[in-house]
Ligand binder design. Structure first.
Ligand SMILES: *Cc1c(COP(=O)(O)O)cnc(C)c1O
Length: 231
């Protein structure tokens, strides 16, 4: 159950050269695995359960940049608000308003990505690309000065069909590029988070500059019970 440090070194160097941020997805993996990559200089880690993230954050160094990549419930925002680096899965104005409120309480600006639904599977969360312009035009948005919308996150369909995956990533890239024309103080569309172990090369070819990679670095995950965050 060891970390694949050889794969890590190869891929992290390649991504660095390409200007792509590597988020090492450590969900379900022990603290020792995170420490192993930390000692190799890695700082960006992704988790998708609030409870697990909070427990790991408590015992790990403060300069880790924690990424929340799961489905976030409004009532759990306060637990991660003091330290979270980037919330990838914002999928409603209601959630963004709660993040803003907790940002105020913690006297910090919390960086967020809007999750956009690009896959054909109906189970995945997120906005439709058609809803994004309406979101940026909403009258509530300029008032939320303790959040900063940094870009978009999406997941392609789980399929062998490469063309479909490419099309889905291209679709999200178009949405990302259009959103860059938004002029608001709390909007700065520079981060496009797409690509996982199985499809990150296709994602980068479609303009991704942040990939979320788990199993390729940490080995396959043993399935855990379904919770509201991953169901
Ligand atoms: C688990 C997860 C990943 C990493 O998946 P791998 O296939 O293990 O690389 C990436 N993004 C999200 C949102 C995830 O939940």
């Amino acid at each position: 159950m060891a970390v694949n440090t050889e794969v890590f070194s190869t891929i992290s160097e390649k991504l660095q050269q390409a200007g792509v941020t590597l988020v090492a997805v450590s969900k379900t993996k022990p603290v020792a695995d995170i420490q192993e990559l930390y000692h190799l200089g890695h700082r960006d880690f992704g988790e998708n359960y609030v409870q697990e993230l909070v427990e790991k954050q408590k015992v790990l160094p403060n300069d880790i940049r924690w990424h929340f990549i799961g489905h976030l419930q409004s009532n759990k925002v306060k637990q991660i608000a003091p330290f979270i680096h980037l919330i990838h899965g914002v999928d409603s104005m209601k959630l963004l308003m709660e993040i803003n409120k907790q940002g105020i309480n913690n006297q910090r600006v919390i960086q967020c990505l809007l999750q956009v639904h690009i896959a054909e599977e109906a189970t995945k969360f997120g906005f439709d690309t058609t809803e994004i312009p309406t979101f940026f035009a909403a009258k509530e948005l300029p008032m939320l000065q303790n959040v900063l919308i940094k870009g978009m996150m999406g997941m392609a369909s789980f399929t062998e069909n490469e063309q479909q995956v490419k099309d889905e990533f291209n679709h999200l890239q178009q949405c990302f590029l259009s959103a860059q024309t938004t002029i608001e103080q709390n909007v700065d569309i520079t981060t496009l988070s797409m690509g996982m172990s199985g499809d990150y090369a296709l994602a980068i070819a479609a303009g991704s500059n942040m990939v979320r990679i788990g199993s390729m670095l940490f080995g396959i995950r043993t399935p855990t019970a379904k919770t509201p965050e991953n169901s």
